[in-house]
Design a protein around this ligand. Sequence first.
Ligand code: ZN
Length: 109
Amino acid sequence: MIAKFDLPGITFPHSCFPNCVVNSRNEIVLFKPVIPGEKLTIDYSTLYVGEEILENCKCGCNGCRGIILGFRYLPVIYQDFYLENDAVCAEVLTQINAGYHFPGHFKAE
Ligand SMILES: [Zn+2]
């Protein structure tokens, strides 16, 4: 899978603990300090809402979730963390604000 926020010549592989995020203005920003030569990563779960399983995760980080899920299926603790840190792309936020049904945190009224 190719992340939709790749820049020309730059690919951002998925990580369950990314060092970059796509914020509410669809800007790719550093999420934590990186060292020279470190691969830039994004949590693909912040780029999609509904896909139950995007693919198996092999990011290898400590605490890897093992599968890449759409935002809707992330554990609430991850949803809250990303939302509180402006680390969710505009399309996902639009669907949240439109009342998209989230089985965990965002209950349909
Ligand atoms: Zn992972």
